[in-house]
Write a protein that binds this ligand. Structure first.
Ligand code: SAH
Length: 260
């Protein structure tokens, strides 16, 4: 990848609990507050990084991504967070790395095809291959090598996390928490290959596409996007997803650093 030496990585999460450990582990962090958000500037495993919480939803995420690029000069963006499973083969505790991202609630028919973002000609925004490969690699290594020690045995039992797997494919975002089998079924019918549903990734994807900034999205699966989705959601975020993000992003940064 070009310009890795001058890279400044923006790391976005929606919820505080998803990112707390990472920010605490940053080297030499300083905080800048802008537009109701705290931007933590420092280094992670030798990579110049800016961590920020977008808060929930597409507008919040798009604003945050824009600020990261325009005000904080980031050259690459990674979104790390949780998502609902979008396919029966994807289980709670699994990891999904987005190959492409779609805004499932965009519908400007009859002027444009369903899901197409007007005047971009795209409905599915591809993530950066190199960043995604590195993230997927870090996620695999985490699951193979760190998972059993990183996640408390009681929590592994409670969430029935046996052998979590890493998947790569389509992630759909929209301004709704999906908590019904029926709604998920409709999305599955309209979006073949769907692996995960969440509320920010595709908004970041659109901003990065428009600004020419490479990006990637990694999500740990917190729920099945069905009627039970809200149960234990926060417990999963704190005791499982936060650990995933901490270990995977550190591995990812160390790997990128070794490419300099
Ligand atoms: N009940 C939560 C609400 C969080 S909203 C609370 O009390 O705070 C859900 C967040 O997690 C969003 O940032 C979204 O990206 C992700 N997410 C996880 N599961 C989801 C689902 N089933 N549908 C939509 N977003 C989901």
């Amino acid at each position: 990848m070009k310009n890795l030496k001058n890279m400044r990585l923006g790391i976005i999460s929606a919820l505080q609990e998803e990112q707390q450990g990472l920010v605490e582990a940053m080297q030499g962090p300083s905080t800048l507050i802008h537009g109701m958000r705290d931007y933590a500037l420092g280094h992670i495993a030798g990579i110049d990084a800016v961590c920020v919480l977008s808060r929930i939803g597409k507008v919040a995420a798009a604003t945050t991504a824009t600020m990261l690029v325009e005000k904080f000069g980031v050259t690459h963006i990674v979104f790390t967070g949780v998502a609902g499973a979008g396919d029966v083969g994807v289980k709670v505790g699994d990891i999904v790395v987005g190959e492409s991202l779609v805004q499932y609630d965009m519908d400007a028919r009859p002027l444009f095809p369903r899901f197409e973002i007007p005047l971009t000609g795209l409905s599915h925004f591809p993530s950066d291959l190199h960043l995604s490969e590195r993230l997927a690699n870090a996620a695999e290594l985490f699951l193979d090598q760190d998972f059993n020690t990183a996640i408390d045995a009681g929590e592994r039992m409670a969430f029935r996390l046996q052998q979590p797997r890493m998947h790569r494919g389509l992630i759909a975002s929209g301004d709704q928490f999906i908590g019904s089998r029926e709604h998920l079924g409709q999305l599955n019918a309209a979006l073949p290959g769907l692996l995960a549903v969440e509320m920010e990734g595709a908004a970041v994807a659109q901003v990065c596409f428009e600004l020419g900034v490479p990006f990637a999205v990694i999500r740990s699966i917190s729920d099945n996007a069905n009627e039970n989705a809200a149960t234990d959601f926060m417990r999963f975020v704190k005791s499982v997803a936060a650990r995933y993000a901490f270990h995977i992003i550190r591995r990812f940064c160390a790997e990128l650093r070794s490419e300099f």
